[in-house]
Design a protein around this ligand. Structure first.
Ligand code: MG
Length: 257
């Protein structure tokens, strides 16, 4: 029995496909968040590594979901936290301008050649052979390999998909014949652990709301939290997961339980 009465303190929401699709809000998003804010704390997370937490925060507010920037956890900004915590610096960065500025704003040093000590890989729309070669050189010299996520693709609108950060990570992994040393994004749990720490919440006090079983729900279960899946999934039978078709139905369920 999926039970959210009693000890739940925090609802953490996936963004793409859960609260918005491109520039469109998913129906029921504002109503659900407004209702939950009366009794719970709210966080937002995304594997998107090409935007800063500030840019994601701006988008949420522009679309009508009122929130504070410190409620937003993007794999870009969380990567910066990890690199700092792990003492990894002098970075070769594969990723967007926003990702680079996020790292620099957190005090990280970026090195523009294979003289860098460590490698961090996010979604990069200008990925190329030279970048794979530099990455290989850094890894062969013993550098650490940190990936924002391994997402194979992401929704690009009009029913189309575009290659995700996993495509860059995969090219480098194939060349170096080894995978990343650490992966920030879901279904790995580092983002959730950062949220838990910031909100002083235990894993059993958190509910993750997302549209992907493999990514959002697996992250929640890997961490020991409950999950609400807002898209249907067949043969799912887990008392820690509520499978429900929409945000509207989620709101109705929460009001009734
Ligand atoms: Mg999603």
């Amino acid at each position: 029995m999926f039970d959210i009465t009693g000890k739940i303190k925090l609802f953490a929401f996936d963004l793409d496909g859960t609260l918005y699709l491109g520039e469109d809000l998913v129906p029921g998003a504002v109503e659900l968040i407004d209702y939950l804010r009366k009794g719970y704390r709210i966080a937002f997370f995304t594997n998107n590594s090409s935007k800063t937490a500030g840019e994601v925060h701006e988008k949420l507010n522009r679309l009508g979901i009122k929130c504070e920037v410190n409620e937003v956890y993007a794999s870009s900004s969380v990567s910066a936290l990890y690199l700092k915590e792990a003492g990894l610096n002098d970075l070769y960065v594969i990723g967007s301008k926003s990702f680079r500025s996020e790292l620099e704003s957190k005090g990280m040093r970026i090195v523009e050649s294979d003289l860098a000590k460590n490698l961090v890989v996010g979604l990069d729309f200008d990925f190329n052979y030279k970048k794979i070669a530099d990455a290989l050189s850094i890894l062969l010299k013993g550098g650490k390999f940190i990936a924002c996520n391994e997402d194979p693709y992401f929704p690009a609108g009009e029913g189309k998909y575009a290659p995700g950060c996993g495509a860059m990570v995969g090219a480098i992994a194939a060349s170096a014949n080894r995978g990343p040393d650490f992966i920030i994004g879901k279904p790995h749990t580092y983002i959730l652990s950062i949220i838990a720490k910031a909100y002083k919440a235990r894993q059993d006090e958190m509910v993750i709301v997302g549209d992907s079983y493999e990514s959002d729900v697996m992250m929640a279960l890997n961490y020991g939290s409950k999950a609400i899946l807002v898209k249907p999934k067949s043969n799912l039978n887990n008392e820690d997961v509520l499978e429900i078709g929409s945000l509207d139905k989620t709101l109705t369920y929460i009001k009734e339980h």
